[in-house]
Design a protein around this ligand. Structure first.
Ligand SMILES: [Zn+2]
Length: 287
């Protein structure tokens, strides 16, 4: 008898769970793109290119340039290159001019358009270091940062510092620029996303590695690697998403590279090759 009740309980719970998943998947909100599941019929249709920061949110700065302008220049070149080289891929831009865009709205745009891939472009920088000179504490720029860094969002564990990376510090500051916080994910969507998170995580890491390999092997860039972090900019997108730190804008050599046509073209071409490879793989086209 005890055994029977236990079985009934298990059946009941299973039925509830299946129903729960179906209800969650059928809530009708467009943000969960079920077609992102890798299968034979899958087509990578829509990519979002996100130029980091913009408008009064200038991001990091170098000796003569601002992150928001560098990311926009690279994003526009990447848009052109993808449109030219991957004709069946629809490209959406979070911004094409120097305007402020709330980070939540960027995610809303990607989610509502059922994008299959999200690439956020940024420039890295190191914070100033404090030094004691003649008995006085002074703030000295640290220009020693070098190389690319690929970030993939990991959902925050309790106690993890939000501002552990520079990008999150900027994201926190940028929240103050918006009148209202924009939340892309409803509680139902967040639950549904939980089911897909592992798949998106693996695909994000894979794309990040492909991009990183191109930077290192083709362009000879230094790399700080692919890192999973709490990345606020990516936290609300419901598709495979990566953040590309294209170089350190406060390192004079890298600032020149990031502002040059040659540097921007190298970065763009590497990302395009990685997208092509990723597309072939997720669409399972024989090579
Ligand atoms: Zn940034």
């Amino acid at each position: 008898m005890k055994n029977k009740s236990f079985k009934l309980l298990i059946y009941g719970l299973s039925a509830f769970f299946v129903l729960f998943i179906n209800v969650a998947l059928a809530t009708g909100h467009p943000i969960i793109n079920d077609s992102s599941v890798v299968s034979n019929g899958f087509k990578l249709r829509t990519i979002v290119i996100d130029a980091g920061h913009g408008g009064r949110a200038t991001g990091a700065s170098g000796a003569y340039s601002l992150e928001k302008n560098v990311t926009l220049a690279i994003a526009l070149k990447l848009q052109q290159a993808v449109q030219k080289e991957i004709k069946d891929l629809n490209v959406l831009m979070t911004r094409t001019t120097d305007v402020f865009v709330n980070n939540g709205l960027r995610a809303v745009m990607a989610n509502d358009n059922k994008a299959n891939l999200y690439i956020s472009l940024h420039c890295n920088s190191l914070p100033n270091v404090r030094k004691v000179v003649n008995g006085k504490t002074v703030s000295v720029p640290n220009r020693s940062g070098k190389g690319v860094l690929l970030l993939v969002n990991i959902f925050r564990r309790s106690g993890e510092q939000v501002a552990a990376i520079m990008e999150n510090q900027f994201a926190e500051e940028e929240k103050a620029y918006s009148k209202k916080e924009v939340t892309a994910l409803s509680p139902e969507d967040a639950i549904t996303l939980n089911f897909l998170r592992d798949k998106y995580r693996k695909q994000s890491i894979h794309l990040a590695n492909l991009v990183n390999n191109e930077f290192v092997n083709t362009d000879g860039r230094n790399s700080l690697g692919v890192i999973e972090q709490g990345v606020q900019v990516l936290a609300q997108t419901s598709m495979p998403s990566i953040l590309v730190e294209t170089g350190f804008i406060n390192n004079p050599e890298e600032e020149d590279y990031l502002n040059s046509d040659q540097g921007q073209n190298e970065i763009v071409n590497s990302i395009v090759r990685a997208i092509k490879q990723y597309k072939r793989e997720v669409e399972q086209v024989p090579q």
